[in-house]
Design a binder for this molecule. Structure first.
Ligand SMILES: NC(=O)c1ccc[n+]([C@@H]2O[C@H](COP(=O)([O-])OP(=O)(O)OC[C@H]3O[C@@H](n4cnc5c(N)ncnc54)[C@H](OP(=O)(O)O)[C@@H]3O)[C@@H](O)[C@H]2O)c1
Length: 298
């Protein structure tokens, strides 16, 4: 098998490529950058161009099964509302075209979806809970998530919640909070937001595991722990051993263009039961982050 990681230079995409390499699975990535760099080819979903034109001529025809892992999305999230036409073309119209083109070439897709396909009222959603997105980002993801499920039953949809990392040099909530502390500023969190933080390494591991096992259908891919965002920040500062200040504000006070649902934590027990995959507890992720900060300071 081999992987084609669309959005392969992004946060998750880089980890998926590295995880594949650890298993001896070739993984080509795509980026919109003019000079893609090693292991990447240029591909922009804003352009009406088939993925088959972006990869080497025999890419889909060398006998190995191909999984196209779709990690791409317009970021930051607010652009889905403020630049609706552009974002819809990238996130929906041309992502569906990408998945159709990949299927026509004999590949199977892994579409990276989100907990934001749900309304955020109940929380702890199972896979078959009805979609009711409240944000433009969630609407875009929901359209493709439902299309893939209905049209390509051999493909896979993985829904994620909040991605975190153990590397202080990368952009994610823990490095944001650490940088705020070092700048003498408080971490200001959306009040009453409950999420399932999940280590990016585990998400990459889960996606490669799912491809190796040939899973199909919809799976929630999150750690089993759920935290209020401000509690997670307080735990983080406690593990870091620093008196970081954590404040909460109602979501309306953040002036965000695209609304954020509050209860986005997911029930991911199906994936764990079917694969035996174990997610890293947040305490261990924070301890790894602290060790990395210590190494950088030494
Ligand atoms: N981060 C989270 O907490 C979170 C939570 C739930 C779901 N997700 C989903 O997980 C996926 C990965 O997230 P991430 O945090 O890794 O995001 P990220 O670091 O912002 O990466 C997004 C990727 O999308 C690519 N992209 C953007 N516009 C594109 C276009 N027009 N054509 C082709 N590629 C384009 C980017 O490519 P280049 O910049 O290299 O050109 C980049 O690699 C996304 O689908 C996101 O919606 C993320």
């Amino acid at each position: 098998m081999k992987l084609l990681v669309v959005g392969g230079a992004g946060f998750l995409g880089r980890y998926v490529r590295a995880e594949a390499a650890r298993h001896g699975v070739p993984a080509l990535g795509t980026t919109t950058r003019a000079e893609p760099g090693r292991g990447l080819v240029r591909f922009d979903l804003a352009e009406d161009r088939s993925i088959r034109e972006a990869v080497p001529a025999d890419y889909f025809r060398d006998g190995r099964p191909v999984w196209v892992v779709v990690c791409s999305c317009t970021t930051p999230m607010d652009r889905c509302r403020t630049e609706w036409d552009y974002a819809y073309r990238v996130n929906v119209t041309n992502t569906i075209r990408l998945i159709d083109d990949a299927a026509a070439a004999g590949a199977r897709a892994v579409f990276v979806s989100t907990s934001y396909v749900f309304d955020g009222d109940a929380g702890y959603y199972p896979e078959d809970w009805p979609h009711a997105p409240t944000s433009a980002y969630g609407q875009h993801k929901s359209e493709v998530d439902r299309y893939v499920t209905a049209t390509h039953p051999d493909s896979l949809v993985v829904r994620l919640d909040k991605i975190v990392g153990a590397d202080p040099a990368e952009a994610h909530p823990f490095s944001d909070w650490w940088n705020l502390y070092r700048a003498g500023k408080p971490a200001v969190c959306i009040a009453d937001q409950v999420l399932s933080p999940t280590l990016v390494d585990d998400l990459a591991g889960g996606i490669v595991t799912a491809c190796r096992l040939g899973l199909r259908g919809v799976y929630h891919l999150t750690g089993p722990e759920a935290f209020r965002r401000d509690h997670l920040a307080r735990h983080f500062y406690r593990v870091m051993g620093v008196p970081g200040e954590v404040l909460t504000r109602p979501v309306a006070a953040f002036g965000l263009a695209d609304p954020r649902p509050l209860n986005t934590y997911l029930d991911s027990s199906r994936f764990a039961a079917e694969t035996g995959f174990r997610f890293t507890p947040m305490s261990a992720v924070m301890t790894r982050f602290r060790a990395a900060v210590g190494r950088a300071a030494a």
